[in-house]
Design a protein around this ligand. Structure first.
Ligand code: AMP
Length: 816
């Protein structure tokens, strides 16, 4: 402070002195830089000067790349903007950098560790602004006070001697460099690990350093641009990176949205290219599966208790709320009868309360863990070569992730009784596997023989001019080319299963007619769709559904178990979905609270994958034509399953668009080109999917949507908020849990891309799936189709009549 007072006295003296010229890289106590003046590093890579970000009028002193002046890498007065162009930056005789405003008030200042001789401030070729003394020793450097950008040579971490920490924090917004919510730092507790924070909360974890990389940062791979460095000793811990070729520029930045990216400069395109982006799948959320559980993005459900552990709250666990985590089935007793269960290819658990040693062997590590009653797991400290060192965990194991490749070994302490049990289970599964393989082989041979006999027999019958049905039902598909076989259920069995179609068993009513719950004699739960005589959706749709869905199999499609056609009854038998349909959750005030963000996102992604399968990955190209919230069923774990294929159409080969005169579907979900011209393609399903996303995010129906300020439907309202730059107002206020705002905003963005007016502007489902599971830059959406609507419109399925939207009036024919 004394130095600063001294400085004020001296300022009038400074103002008489010369201003730094535009190409200088240094300023001395008799020089200053005013707004408009700059410093340039000796090799011309970086420049320091005054700037205003975006449309902001505030002035800041910052450092940027000469070849990309909008790429600001450091800001001096990030929390204290100047409000005019009168700012002056200078260095005092005490070696303190100060930024003064028009009234000579100090807006920002650096500090100096000791009074220096002949101090000078210099912008180095690395982008580091330093104050040094006559001997060239640094008194202060901007690299010790990082903003949102990590540059080569910058060491981020902790100095254990001084207690000083260096970490990245995001800007508040693209126009405000003040400290934002997101930071990336080394958590020095236990074995130091890299964490991504949102405020004081850990949002995600790259984990501890294992000699090659951070255990959960698989993107960190050997490359021709930079080399990573990690240092851990008694005095300090830090990580940094070094360029392998100094003519290349590379930076790592944490953006205001919380997304972090590594970018490399590409001369050819004269732009920054993204090298890696922080992943945003569910398993990246810190502790997503709770304690003592693992997350595996390729499994469904993604969370599983560690072996020998059980969910703490089985009810929540079944509803895909995993936060409560798991506990041991058999408590650990502190004696020698413990062993270890090995997990391979995992991201090590949170190390904040771990212990480590760099020199022990893995065997010694195990021995040490067994000796300590509260030790729960151990692992190598360094995985290079044979592995070395030791990390021990005590208490719960949080935030373990399983990878298909990468990761490392973790040994979890278990009572011997549990290990025996697991070993027996493994041996049994091995035996079972062998039995299955042998059994399947015998079955295949047996079936081939039976098939051959049946073929000869059928041929004989055909030759006699008669065809008998086997115990399976055969249907010709639309082209009449292929036969479909489906198990036939006996009417008496279905009657018994549904308590004679008792009203108590009724689950709901759809286009076909009533749907009943049933229990078969073998204990299987089923849902029975009974075609009612008065159904608008007739026998053709019934047949269509059988033909299409019986051939499909995907975890996000409801499974058709068979049909029953007997005594004027036409029924479809499905696997039973205990949580019924999505609309019963999202549009219900009480139940919608059960759908937290993770579940909503899980549902959106599941439906997207189911639709992708229908459009691109199944044997046929299938367009559902009636995708809506009531046609998404939810299983025990709240996994979504697309249902109701009564209106679906299959396309062969390269065909991807068709036209119909009979326009059927549901108001609010139909794309404009289908409702107006009868054109349907995969893009009509994409439109319905977009409506579904916006409904799930907002908790509001598209049709029947009411907002006091306008007569728009949900799409119109979402578009209006988007254009006014306040899309977060769309978000369902009943969803109380924490979820990264950027993730929800991304879903709104993708929803708007799907409901664009022109089908060719809408993304296909593979792009949608990709956009939903990455953090890549998204294209700008254009105006949605049918974004205006009649305020009196209802949300039911089409019953025929006149529909007004986008000033076009179309007549829809009766569908159901
Ligand atoms: P749908 O005819 O497919 O529109 O079905 C009408 C209603 O019956 C749905 O909204 C669900 O509530 C219920 N439902 C249909 N299929 C099933 C199923 N497989 N499991 C449980 N409930 C079902």
């Amino acid at each position: 402070m004394e130095a600063i007072n001294h400085l004020l006295v001296c300022y009038f003296f400074f103002s008489l002195l010369r201003t730094s010229t535009s190409q200088d890289s240094t300023i001395t106590p008799n020089q200053s830089i005013s707004d408009g003046g700059t410093l340039v590093s000796a090799d011309g890579s970086f420049q320091l000067g005054f700037f205003s970000p975006g449309n902001s009028k505030s002035r800041y002193v910052g450092i940027w790349y000469m070849l990309s002046s909008e790429t600001i890498v450091w800001v001096a007065n990030r929390n204290a903007p100047l409000h005019d162009h009168s700012g002056i930056l200078t260095v005092t005789g005490d070696g303190v950098l100060v930024l003064l405003n028009s009234t000579n008030g100090i807006v920002w200042s650096s500090n100096a560790s000791r009074p220096p001789e002949n101090p000078v401030a210099q912008l180095l070729d690395t982008g580091n602004l330093v104050v040094k003394d006559g001997n060239g020793d640094f008194l202060w450097q901007s690299f010790d006070y990082p903003c949102d950008t990590h540059l080569p040579g910058m060491e981020l971490g902790w100095n254990f001697v001084t207690g000083q920490g260096r970490f990245l924090t995001s800007w508040k917004s693209t126009e405000d460099p003040a400290q934002g919510e997101f930071s990336i730092r080394i958590d020095p507790r236990g074995l130091p690990q890299m964490v991504f924070m949102e405020g004081a909360r850990i949002k995600a974890r790259a984990g501890s350093w294992n000699g090659l990389r951070f255990t959960g940062y698989l993107e960190l791979r050997t490359n021709p641009v930079f080399e990573f460095q990690f240092v851990l000793n008694e005095k300090e811990v830090y990580y940094g990176f070094k360029l392998l070729n100094n003519s290349v520029f590379s930076r790592y930045v944490v953006k205001p949205s919380g997304v972090s990216q590594r970018l490399n400069w590409v001369d050819r395109t004269h732009s920054w290219e993204i090298f890696s982006t922080s992943q945003a799948d569910q398993c990246e959320n810190y502790g997503f599966c709770g304690a003592n559980a693992t997350c595996n993005i390729n499994n469904s459900p993604v969370c599983a208790c560690l072996e020998g552990f059980l969910p703490n709250s089985p009810k929540d666990w079944d509803l895909a709320d995993w936060a409560a985590g798991c506990s041991r089935r058999t408590l650990l007793e502190c004696n020698d009868t413990n062993g270890f269960q090995k997990y391979t290819r995992v991201k090590l658990p949170d190390t904040s309360s771990s212990w480590f040693n760099k020199t022990l062997t893995l065997k010694e590590c195990k021995g040490l863990c067994l000796k300590n009653c509260s030790c729960t797991a151990y692992a190598d400290f360094d995985v290079r070569g044979e592995g070395s060192g030791c990390v021990l965990w005590f208490g719960s194991l949080v935030d373990i992730r399983e990878y298909a490749t990468g990761g490392q070994d973790l040994y979890i302490r278990m009572p011997i009784s549990e290990l025996d049990h697991l070993e027996k289970k493994r041996r049994f599964s091995k035996k079972k596997l062998v039995a299955i393989i042998v059994g399947s082989a015998l079955l295949v041979v047996g079936m081939a023989i039976i098939g051959l006999v049946l073929y000869i027999w059928k041929k004989k019958l055909r030759n006699q001019g008669t065809t008998k049905r086997s115990h399976k039902k055969d249907y010709d598909n639309e082209d009449g080319k292929e036969d479909m076989e489906l198990p036939i259920f006996d009417l008496t069995a279905i009657d018994n299963a549904t308590n004679s179609f008792s009203n108590n068993n009724k689950l709901g009513e759809g286009g076909f007619g009533p749907v009943y719950k049933g229990i078969l004699l073998d204990g299987r739960d089923i849902a029975v769709k009974r075609l009612s005589k008065s159904s608008g959706q007739g026998l053709n749709e019934f047949k269509n559904e059988i033909i299409l869905i019986a051939k499909l199999q995907h975890r996000n499609l409801v499974k058709l178990l068979g049909c029953c056609i007997q005594e004027n009854e036409n029924m479809l038998i499905y696997e039973y979905m205990p949580n019924k349909s999505l609309d019963s959750f999202i549009f219900d005030h009480a139940k919608s609270k059960l759908l937290n963000w993770h579940r909503r996102i899980h549902i959106i992604r599941g439906v997207a994958k189911g639709l992708l399968y229908l459009h691109e990955d199944s044997r046929l190209r299938i367009i559902h034509r009636d995708l809506k919230a009531s046609n998404i069923l939810l299983d025990n774990d709240m996994n979504p399953k697309i249902s109701d294929f009564g209106l679906a159409r299959s396309f062969g080969g390269d065909q991807d668009e068709s036209k119909t005169n009979l326009i059927v579907g549901t108001y609010g979900y139909m794309s404009p080109e289908y409702a107006v011209h009868g054109h349907y393609s995969v893009k009509s399903d994409v439109f319905s999917f977009g409506v579904l996303i916006l409904e799930i995010v907002s908790g509001k129906k598209n049709r029947g949507f009411y907002h006091k300020g306008n007569h728009l439907n949900l799409l119109g309202h979402a578009w209006k908020l988007w254009m006014e730059d306040k899309p977060m107002e769309l978000i369902d206020s009943l969803v109380g849990d924490m979820c990264t705002l950027s993730t929800v905003l991304r879903h709104i963005h993708v929803g708007l891309l799907c409901v664009q007016q022109r089908p060719e502007d809408r993304p296909n489902m593979s792009f949608v799936v990709q956009m939903l599971s990455s953090e890549s830059k998204l294209p700008k959406p254009n105006q949605p189709g049918f974004f205006t609507d009649s305020p009196k419109a209802d949300s039911s399925s089409t019953k025929g009549g006149t529909y007004s939207g986008n000033e076009i009036t179309v007549t829809l024919f009766e569908a159901r």
